[in-house]
Design a protein around this ligand. Sequence first.
Ligand SMILES: Nc1ncnc2c1ncn2[C@@H]1O[C@H](COP(=O)(O)OP(=O)(O)OP(=O)(O)O)[C@@H](O)[C@H]1O
Ligand SMILES: [Mg+2]
Ligand SMILES: [Zn+2]
Length: 510
Amino acid sequence: MKKFLIPIPKESDNKKKSCGKEDLMKILKQNFGFSEFRGKQFEAIEAVLSGKDCFCLMPTGGGKSMCYQIPALAKQGIVLVVCPLIALMENQVMALKEKGIAAEFLSSTQKSRVREKVHEDLSSGKPSLRLLYVTPELIATPGFMSKLTKLYTRGLLNLIAIDEAHCISSWGHDFRPSYRNLSSLRNRLPDVPILALTATAVPKVQKDVMESLCLQHPLILRSSFNRPNIYYEVRFKDLLDDVYTDLSNQLKSGGDTCSIVYCLERTTCDNVSFHLKKNGISCAAYHAGLNNKLRSSVLNDWLCSRIQVVVATVAFGMGIDRKDVRTVCHFNMPKSMEAFYQESGRAGRDQLPSKSLLYYGIDDRNKMAFILSNAGNKKLQSSVSQGDSSKKSLEDFNQMVEYCEGSCCRRKKILEFFGEKVPTSLCRKSCDACKHPNLVAKYLEELKCENGVQGRNRIFMSSYPDTAAEDHFTEFWNRDDEASVSEEDISDSDGTSDFTQDLILLCTVD
Ligand SMILES: Nc1ncnc2c1ncn2[C@@H]1O[C@H](COP(=O)(O)OP(=O)(O)OP(=O)(O)O)[C@@H](O)[C@H]1O
Ligand SMILES: [Mg+2]
Ligand SMILES: [Zn+2]
C-alpha cells in the first residue's frame, strides 16, 4: 500500500521559504522512518536547497542517496539523478515508489508507453514527479536535453545529482567516457545546483570531478572512509587444499546469510556458482553473458532472499541497496584499492557486523600483471598519456598486491590509501592481520616459498597478437562506452570479457 506523501509547500511558498532542519527531519521520518540525519547528510541537503553546488564524499552505504531524495521532497519540481547503471536506477525507483514517492527512470529498456507517460508528466504544467533517474548517455541526446531545458526555463529543475561521480574522472577506477558529457550541464542549465556524490575518490579524482562538472564554490563534504562494521580478511588460494570448499565453509559459517562473490570473468562466475551449489549453498551467477530476463530474475531472487549468494562480475551491486549483505568475497583480486573499497563496501550497509573476504592467488596476480604490462607496453608506443594511464593501472594493482601480501593492519592500509591518518587503535582487531598476526605471518612465509616456486616455473603468454589482447583488456578494464553503443548495452554491461581463453600457458620453464 502506498504510504503518505509529505505535504508539499504551497507553490507560492516554494520559492520564498526553504525548509528548516525541523521540516527536513519530519520529511526524513515520515518518508524513510529515520529519526536522525547520518554523517553529513544534513549539511549536503541544506547546501543544495539553498542553491549551492556540493561535492559529497561519503563511505559506501553512508546514505548519499538521501542527500538528493530529501531535497526532492522538500521543494516542488524535479530532481534529476544521473546514474551509471539501469539496474541501479530500477532498484532505487522501485524502493522510492514503495514508499509512495513519485520517482521514475528513463531508459531504452522501458516500454515506450511508460516513457511517454513520464514525458507527458514532465511537460504538464505541474509535474507530479519528484525524482527522475537517467543515464549519462541519455543526457547526451539532443531530444532529452531540449526537454530538460524546457523544464529548466519553467523553473522546475531544482537539482542535478550526479551519483557515482568518480566515473567522470579518467583517473578514477570506474571511468565512464559518457560521464564526460555531463560537463555541458553547467553551461546549459547554469543556475541549477549540482550535487556530486561518490564513495571513492582520491584527492586527484576529487579535483577532477569538481573541475569537470564546473562546480562553483562547492561545499565540499568529506567523511572518513572507515567502515568499522566490516572485518577484513585475506585468504591464500595457494595454501588451500580446495578453494571452493573453503569458500563454501566461509559462507556457511555465518549461517545462511546474504553474500556477494565477485569474480573477474563470466566463466569463473559460472564455475564458482556450480561448486557452491554442489556444496549446498543457494546461489546463482550474474553477468553480462546472461540474457536480460535471466539477469533480472537473479537480481530479484537475490533482493527478495530467494537466493542468498550471487556470484557476479564487478558491476553487480553498484549502488544496489540490499542492506544486509553479510559477506562480500573477492574470488579474484580487484584491480585497485578504489575498486576493492567500493565493492567490499557493499557489505553491511545496515551497519551490522560484516565481512570482506579476499582470495589471493599467485596465478591471479601474475595474470593481471601480465595483462596490465602488455597493455601498458602497447599503449606506450602509441601515446604517452595512454601509456601513463596504463602505468597507473599497474601501480593501482600493485597497491592491491601490497594489501594482500602485507602483514600490517588491512584497515589502516585502506584508509591510508585514501589519505587518512589512522591511529593504530582504530582497527580493534577487526582484520585478520590485527586479530591473528602470527597466523598471517606464517601464511605469508609459506606463500613466499610457493611464490618462489611458481614464479620460476610459469610464465603467461598470449595466444593473440598484442592488439587483440589490448582490445580485450580495454573492454574489461575501462568499460569503454563509445557513442555508437546503445544505452542499454552500456548501462547494463559489466564490461568484462573472458580473456582467460586469450592467455595460455605456453611454456613451463625450469
Ligand atoms: N539518516 C539515516 N538513518 C538511518 N539509515 C539511513 C539514513 N540515511 C540512509 N540510511 C540507510 O543507509 C543505507 C545506505 O544508503 P545509500 O544507499 O544512500 O548509501 P550510499 O552512500 O549511496 O552507498 P553506496 O556508495 O554504496 O551507493 C540505506 O539502506 C538507507 O536507507
Ligand atoms: Mg549510492
Ligand atoms: Zn587491523
